[in-house]
Each structure stands twice: as structure tokens, then as C-alpha cells.
Write a protein that binds this ligand. Structure first.
Ligand code: TYD
Length: 207
């Protein structure tokens, strides 16, 4: 029995962590064996790469270095954790995956999104998400949530406003490109409502 890979995407502050936790509880109660992962990270090598990527010391990091580090952490995660878990029939929920790289490093940083797509393919091989939940909301809602976390901002959180707009647009472009896989869920409402919408989506798309 092959497991499933569900990825959650969206800009910082879109509520991924809460919704992932709620979905895991629901899948647990339905009897699935669920594992939650986050990118970048999830393996010893990946966590070291994560520290390099997010450290506010690394202001001189080039955009290409950043892209390749995300892909390196991902290749490690797929090989060490995601593939074995899926082969064991488990449900894997990943907090960010390939679409974040297209949105942030592609549209955000200005690297050709097609090139990013190809590097994603190199990192994941045949492990393509069965379902991608893109959490999105009217911009005003997101802005309020994001401003609350400015105190603990990491290197990527510190990018200027234009970067966030481009990233947001990047997710929309990815959704247009992969409409079967990527589903937009409106997160600008009560979290229980958003959760119900996600459960409906999972029921519909992952028989
Ligand atoms: P983290 O604190 O884990 O994210 P979140 O805001 O989702 O809790 O930090 C991850 C940061 O890395 C986040 O700002 C998004 C960014 N990122 C990329 O730029 N490219 C990628 O491929 C991934 C996976 C994340």
C-alpha cells in the first residue's frame, strides 16, 4: 500500500501550522498513520542547512546559494524520510514543499520559475505531492497576522514588502499551472471553518 503526500503552502502567517495540526488529529481519528514534516529541515543534514538559511548573520547569501540549499535540504528529506514513509503506507504532511521554492526563490527572488521547477524535479524524483493545500486570504487579514510576528523574524521574514507581494503572486501562478494538484483554501475566517474546508478537500481528492 502506497502512502500519500499532502503539502501545505502559503506565505508566512497564513496559518499552516495550526491547520496541519488540526488535519493530523482528524486523520489520526480516521485511523491513518500520519507523519508531519517541515521544510527546510526534517533530517540531521536538513536541519543544519535550515540553520544556515534562516540565520540573520548570513546577509551575504546569494539568491542561487539560497535556492540550491533549499533543494539540497529537500533531496535529503525525500530520500531519508518521505519516500520510506510513503512506501510504508504512511500519510506524510509537509509544511512547505516545492511550491514555496517556486514562489520565494522563483517569483520572489527573480530566478526563472521553470528552472526552479526543474531543480524541484531533481530533488524529488517521482515523489510528487498527491494534494497541495494553498492557504490564502485577503491581503489585509494576512498583513495583520504577519505584523504580530515581527519580533522573531528570520532572514527570509525580513525581506521587504515587494518580496511578499511577488511571493503571493508566485503561489497564484503555481496554482494556475497545476490546477489539479494545488487547491486554494481561504484562511481569512475562523480556523474551525478553514479546517472543515480542508477535511472536505481531502475527502474529495484522496479516496
Ligand atoms: P519557517 O519559519 O519554517 O516558515 P513558516 O513561516 O512557514 O513557519 O521558515 C521557512 C522560511 O523559508 C519561510 O520564510 C519560507 C522560506 N522558504 C523559501 O524561501 N523557499 C523554500 O523552498 C521553502 C521550503 C521555504
Amino acid at each position: 500500500m502506497r502512502g500519500r503526500l499532502i503539502t501545505f503552502e502559503g506565505i508566512d502567517g497564513s496559518g499552516k501550522t495550526t491547520q496541519i495540526r488540526l488535519l493530523k488529529s482528524w486523520l489520526d481519528s480516521e485511523g491513518y498513520d500520519v507523519v508531519i514534516l517541515r521544510e527546510p529541515g526534517g533530517t540531521p543534514i536538513g536541519e543544519q542547512i535550515r540553520a544556515i538559511l534562516l540565520s540573520t548573520i548570513n546577509v551575504s547569501m546569494t539568491d542561487v546559494t539560497e535556492l540550491l540549499l533549499f533543494e539540497a535540504a529537500r533531496a535529503q528529506l525525500v530520500s531519508e524520510v518521505i519516500r520510506p514513509a510513503m512506501e510504508a503506507g504512511r500519510y506524510v504532511i509537509c509544511d512547505r514543499f516545492i511550491d514555496s521554492t517556486v514562489a520565494y526563490q522563483g517569483y520572489g527572488r527573480g530566478i526563472d520559475p521553470d528552472l526552479v521547477d526543474r531543480l524541484n524535479q531533481l530533488a524529488i524524483g517521482d515523489i510528487v505531492p498527491d494534494l497541495t493545500v494553498w492557504l490564502d486570504a485577503p491581503d489585509a487579514t494576512l498583513r495583520t497576522r504577519i505584523s504580530r510576528r515581527e519580533g522573531d523574524a528570520d532572514r527570509l521574514d525580513r525581506e521587504q514588502d515587494g518580496f511578499r507581494e511577488r511571493t503571493l503572486n508566485g503561489f497564484a501562478r503555481q496554482k494556475a499551472r497545476y490546477p489539479e494538484r494545488i487547491h486554494r483554501i481561504d484562511t481569512g475566517r475562523a480556523k474551525e471553518e478553514t479546517h472543515r474546508a480542508i477535511v472536505d478537500l481531502v475527502r474529495r481528492t484522496l479516496p
